[in-house]
Design a protein around this ligand. Structure first.
Ligand SMILES: NC(=O)C1=CN([C@@H]2O[C@H](COP(=O)(O)OP(=O)(O)OC[C@H]3O[C@@H](n4cnc5c(N)ncnc54)[C@H](OP(=O)(O)O)[C@@H]3O)[C@@H](O)[C@H]2O)C=CC1
Ligand SMILES: O=CCCC(=O)O
Length: 291
């Protein structure tokens, strides 16, 4: 199977390499073209523009930073819309808001093409090992056609119905994750400030009812102040912002998520946006004792 792949950031690079490893023919494009070199060394071809990739491949996957990037790659000159047509499918795996997905879907349908949104749960390591959770919605026939690729990229795929439902599910999940990360940061700080060993806290948490892979994976690194990026903090803050907008639209009061969003904004203002989202811990540590 031949697929196009747009966007070779942390996720896109790992996912396209994984497709190559599993025998797919892959043609890649990235805004900064030099980032294609490593995947090309592993057998990928390069397209000079998104349009060139779509022209060559019947299915093109994208995973880009945010709604502005997702829209630009489709609508700008030499973008996806230039070449999408009947018989071709476009799958956007970026985390965006439902409105962005719907806008892309409508434009592609007008050209006779097929669209699926398919944001993912899971981060750099699950992307490298094909253990993502795929939250697809939109064109069911395209979903079925993409299952062989999804089976390589993920451990489980969900088809959630009409376009927008994948984006909504992803935003709800990441809203919860961002709020939990803030509570975890406060807990680690409280443990340390009150004289406890933070490693003991991690051991206790890992044996209880709120044990989870995030505490297990990120906790020891946070204690070492290591925020090497798997999921960049700027993207987590984008997801909180988009989830809060979804809350506005649905009149859902979300004070916990709103406070978490403020902490991620604070972290961005401290220049931590390109670090892992666990660097929000630094905003809690920053608050000094008042007595
Ligand atoms: N990292 C993670 O753990 C996860 C991330 N996600 C989501 O996946 C998406 C990608 O994340 P990740 O790989 O971490 O992000 P990165 O920041 O590592 O990569 C972002 C990608 O988007 C491209 N890009 C940014 N702006 C534009 C633009 N205007 N036009 C074209 N391309 C653009 C970048 O190109 P260039 O190289 O030129 O800058 C790069 O390829 C995001 O929506 C994120 O929320 C979802 C699950 C997990
Ligand atoms: O969107 C990013 C999700 C990161 C994760 O699930 O660990």
């Amino acid at each position: 199977m031949e697929v196009g792949f747009l966007g070779l950031g942390i996720m896109g690079k790992a996912m396209s390499m994984n497709l190559l490893k599993n025998g797919f023919k892959v043609t890649v494009w990235n805004r900064t073209l030099s980032k294609c070199d490593e995947v090309v060394a592993h057998g990928a071809s390069v397209g000079e523009t998104p349009a060139e990739v779509v022209k060559k491949c019947n299915i093109t996957i994208a995973i880009l930073s945010d709604p502005a990037a997702a829209l630009s790659v489709v609508f700008d000159k030499d973008g996806v819309l230039d070449q999408i047509c009947s018989g071709k499918g476009y799958i956007d795996m970026s985390t965006v808001d439902p409105e962005t997905s719907c806008k892309i879907s409508e434009a592609i349908a007008l050209k006779g093409g097929h669209f699926l949104e398919a944001p993912v749960s899971g981060s750099k390591q699950p992307a490298e090992t094909g253990q993502l959770v795929i939250l697809a919605a939109g064109d069911k026939a395209l979903y079925e056609e993409a299952v062989p690729a999804f089976d390589v990229l993920g451990k489980k795929s969900f088809f959630l119905g009409p376009v927008g439902n994948g984006a909504k599910m992803k935003l709800v999940v990441n809203m919860i994750m961002g709020s939990v990360m803030n509570a975890f940061s406060e807990g680690l700080t409280l443990a340390k400030r009150s004289g406890l060993n933070p490693h003991s806290l991690l051991d206790v948490l890992d044996l209880g009812g709120i044990a989870n892979p995030m505490f297990r994976g990120k906790g020891p690194e946070m204690v070492k102040d290591n925020y090497s990026p798997a999921f960049p903090l700027k993207h987590q803050q984008k997801d909180m912002r988009l989830a809060l907008a979804l809350g506005d639209q649905n009149a859902v009061s979300m004070p916990v998520a709103a406070a978490a969003n403020e902490a991620f904004k604070k972290a961005r203002s401290m220049g931590l946006g390109d670090l892992d989202f666990s660097a929000v811990y630094e905003t809690v540590k920053l608050l000094k004792h008042s007595s």
